[in-house]
Design a binder for this molecule. Sequence first.
Ligand SMILES: Cc1cc2nc3c(=O)[nH]c(=O)nc-3n(C[C@H](O)[C@H](O)[C@H](O)COP(=O)(O)O)c2cc1C
Length: 189
Amino acid sequence: MFFAGSPFKTKMFNFKDACGIMKKIKYEVIFMKRLVAYFSASGVTSKTAEQLAELAGADVFEIKPKIPYTKADLDWRNDKSRSSVEMKDPSSRPEIAEKKDNMGDYDVIFVGFPIWWYVAPTIINTFLESYDFTGKKIIPFATSGGSGMGKTNEKLAPSCKGAELLDGEMLNHFDKAKTEKWLKKLNLG
Ligand SMILES: Cc1cc2nc3c(=O)[nH]c(=O)nc-3n(C[C@H](O)[C@H](O)[C@H](O)COP(=O)(O)O)c2cc1C
């Protein structure tokens, strides 16, 4: 069990004593403080982010664009729509409405987004470049209409200077068991 705000997590260890009687030891390990930061234009990644945060014992921060995306902005069929224009320009950095003032408290930052044109929306680069993540773990996750992570990390890496950028995970159709397995693999289970 863990408690929000506490740096410790309580774990139980079962063992047999010299007489073969099962005993339990309760011990505490340092809990790496986790944050799930996400951008979601139409609500899918937002739900996934909440579910992941619950499993990972993480706080949640929504990366809100200063100028919200309208339906027309998200029209990928229109090469002049805001999203098309931004995604064609690798230097675009859409502004974020609010900064999180206690970002320094977190050791592990899950960063969630919808896949746009096979990679992360450039607002994720804005987010990563807005803080000093030196020494922290950045773990991407995404939802999509079917594409995988593709070259997402290649585009995010230059924005994660000094941080450890881990392979991302697609979390389409949220699967609790699969997500728990992934967290265990990351030593965050
Ligand atoms: C501008 C734009 C580009 C997209 N590009 C892709 C894509 O390359 N591959 C894909 O599978 N889905 C693509 N999608 C679909 C979204 O990734 C998918 O609907 C996602 O789950 C939406 O998440 P959200 O509701 O959190 O914004 C795109 C959607 C938009 C709006």
